[in-house]
Design a protein around this ligand. Structure first.
Ligand SMILES: Nc1ncnc2c1ncn2[C@@H]1O[C@H](COP(=O)(O)OP(=O)(O)OP(=O)(O)O)[C@@H](O)[C@H]1O
Ligand SMILES: [Mg+2]
Length: 436
C-alpha cells in the first residue's frame, strides 16, 4: 500500500475536497472519461430508488460503478452490494474498480483489501465495503443483511419476486438507504417498468432517467445508424432507444424466461452415466451458428456446453460437431434446412432436422412447455441466449424475428429439447455416456 507523505497530502488536499464534493469531477478523474450532459444526468440521478435505463454500450455500468465508488469513499463505514443475475455480471463492477485502482493512485490508496473469492469484495481504508452476490434462488443470498446501498446490474434480468421479497426489504430498516437499477428495458409487466414509471412521475423518493445510445459521447452516430439498418425495429427500440415495447407479442414472456434462470455456468464436460442431446442451428445469412448440449439425465435439464460463432467453414463446423458428439455420446439434431444439409451429411448418425413452418411451431411450443413445467434451467451466465429468448417473437405469420434475426440459440435449444422427447418424428434415442 502506498504511503502518503504529509506534504504531499497537503498539496493534494484541495483536489481531494473537490473529489468528495463533485461526483462528475470524481468520475472524470477516476475513469479518464469525458462525460457529456446525458451521462452526467445519468450519474447524478438522486432519490432513494433510482432507475437508470439506457441503450446498449451507453456507459450505464461504468457510470453506476463510478457513482457507487464515490458513495463508498465519501460515506465511511457503509456496506454496499452489487447484484446481478449471475456473479459474473456483478464482477464487471469490480473489474472497473480494479482498472481504476491501476490508473488512479487515490483509488489504489483507498483500497484496503480486495477479495475475489467466494465472491468479489473490496474493503476500503475508511471502513466501507462493496460486496457482490447473485440473485439466484429467489434472492436467498441477498436476504437477511441490511445494506446502505444496493446496485442492481442488468436489472431487467432480475425476477419481480426477487425485487419484492429480497431487495426491497434489504433496505427497509435504513431510511437513507439507496437502491440503484441499471439496464435496458424488457417487458411492461415487470417491477422495473413499475419503478421506472413511478420514478418519472415522482423524481424524489423514486427517480428515473433514460438515455439512448445516440446520446453516448464515445459512439459514432454513423455506427448506430448502421446497426439500425441491420436489426428489426422492435429490437432497436428496446436495446438502443431503451424503450419498453408496447405490444406483448414475445413468444417467451419475461416472467417465464426468468423463472427458468439459475446462476450456473455450463459444466463444459460430460459426466459418466449422464445422457446428452445436442441441437445445432447453422448460420444462415445474418445470424450465427449455435451449438447447445443439454444434459437430459434428469429433470430439470441443464445446458452442459454452449458454442456460438460466426463465419467458420462448414468443414470446421462439422469437425467440431463430430468431436462434441464423440465426447458426450450425444444424440445430435442438426437443422438440415438449406445449407445445413451438407453439414448434417458430414456427421454420421446425426438427425437431419428439416424445420418446416409447422415443425418450428411445434418445436418452440415444446421448448415453452419445458420452461413452463420447470423441466429446463437456463444459465444466468449466458446472456446472449436469454436476450434471444427476450426478443423472439411473432412477426406477422412468422415466429422468429424478421428474416431469422438472431434466433440461432433459441433454435439450437429447441432442437436439443426436442431430442430429449420420446419419439416425436426425428429418429430414435441414441446412447449417452455409460456409467462406470
Ligand atoms: N464517456 C466515455 N468516454 C469513453 N468511453 C466510455 C465513456 N463512457 C463509457 N465508455 C466505455 O464504453 C463502453 C461501454 O460501457 P458500459 O459497459 O458501462 O456500457 P453499458 O451501457 O453498461 O453497456 P451494455 O449495454 O453492454 O451493458 C466501456 O468500454 C466503457 O469504458
Ligand atoms: Mg452494462
Amino acid at each position: 500500500m502506498p504511503y502518503i507523505q504529509r506534504e504531499l497530502l497537503e498539496k493534494i488536499m484541495p483536489a481531494v475536497v473537490r473529489l468528495r464534493a463533485d461526483p462528475v469531477f470524481f468520475a472524470e478523474k477516476v475513469s479518464g472519461f469525458r462525460l457529456n450532459q446525458a451521462q452526467r444526468r445519468l450519474l447524478l440521478l438522486s432519490g432513494r430508488i433510482r432507475v437508470r435505463l439506457a441503450g446498449r454500450r451507453f456507459g450505464k455500468t461504468a457510470l453506476s460503478a463510478l457513482d457507487l465508488l464515490h458513495y463508498a469513499l465519501t460515506h465511511p463505514g457503509t456496506r454496499s452490494l452489487v447484484v446481478g443475475p449471475s456473479l459474473d455480471q456483478a464482477r464487471v463492477y469490480f473489474d472497473y474498480f480494479r482498472d481504476w485502482a491501476e490508473s488512479c493512485p487515490l483509488v489504489e490508496y483507498m483500497i484496503a483489501e480486495d477479495r475475489r473469492s467466494p465472491f468479489h469484495e473490496i474493503s476500503f481504508r475508511n471502513g466501507s465495503l462493496i460486496t457482490s452476490r447473485s440473485v439466484a434462488r429467489g434472492g436467498r443470498f441477498v436476504r437477511g443483511r441490511g445494506y446502505h446501498r444496493i446496485t442492481v446490474t442488468e436489472a431487467s434480468f432480475v425476477p419481480d419476486e426477487v425485487y419484492y421479497a429480497a431487495l426491497r426489504p434489504a433496505v427497509l430498516q435504513n431510511p437513507r438507504a439507496i437502491i440503484d437499477f441499471e439496464g435496458t428495458p424488457w417487458s411492461k409487466s415487470s417491477y422495473l417498468y413499475e419503478l421506472f414509471t413511478r420514478g418519472t412521475a415522482d423524481g424524489e423518493y423514486y427517480s428515473a432517467t433514460r438515455a439512448t445510445t445516440y446520446e453516448a459521447p464515445h459512439i459514432s452516430k454513423e455506427e448506430i445508424e448502421r446497426v439500425r439498418s441491420e436489426v428489426p425495429d422492435y429490437y432497436f427500440q428496446c436495446e438502443f432507444l431503451a424503450e419498453f415495447p408496447d405490444s406483448e407479442d414475445a413468444v417467451f414472456p419475461q416472467s417465464l424466461v426468468l423463472s427458468a434462470v439459475q446462476d450456473y455456468s455450463p459444466a463444459g464436460q460430460p459426466f459418466p452415466g449422464h445422457l446428452y442431446t445436442m441441437g445445432v442451428d447453422l448460420a444462415k445469412i445474418r445470424d450465427c451458428t449455435a451449438i447447445i448440449i443439454l444434459d437430459v439425465s434428469e429433470k430439470p435439464w441443464k445446458i452442459a456446453e454452449f458454442h456460438r460463432f460466426r463465419l467458420r467453414a462448414y468443414a470446421e463446423i462439422s469437425d467440431l460437431i463430430k468431436a462434441l458428439k464423440a465426447r458426450y455420446r450425444a444424440k445430435v439434431l442438426i437443422d438440415a434446412t438449406g445449407v445445413g444439409e451438407a453439414v448434417a451429411e458430414a456427421v454420421p448418425g446425426a438427425v437431419h432436422a428439416v424445420i418446416t413452418k409447422e415443425r418450428k411451431e411445434e418445436m418452440v411450443a415444446r421448448l415453452r412447455l419445458a420452461l413452463e413445467t420447470g423441466s429446463l434451467l437456463l444459465p444466468a451466465s449466458e446472456l446472449t441466449l436469454l436476450e434471444e429468448l427476450k426478443h423472439f417473437r411473432r412477426v406477422g405469420e412468422r415466429m422468429e424475428g424478421q428474416a431469422g434475426f438472431h434466433d440461432d440459440c433459441v433454435m439450437a435449444l429447441a432442437l436439443a429439447v426436442w431430442g430429449a422427447g420420446k419419439g416425436g418424428g426425428w429418429s430414435a434415442w441414441r446412447a449417452g455416456i455409460p456409467a462406470p
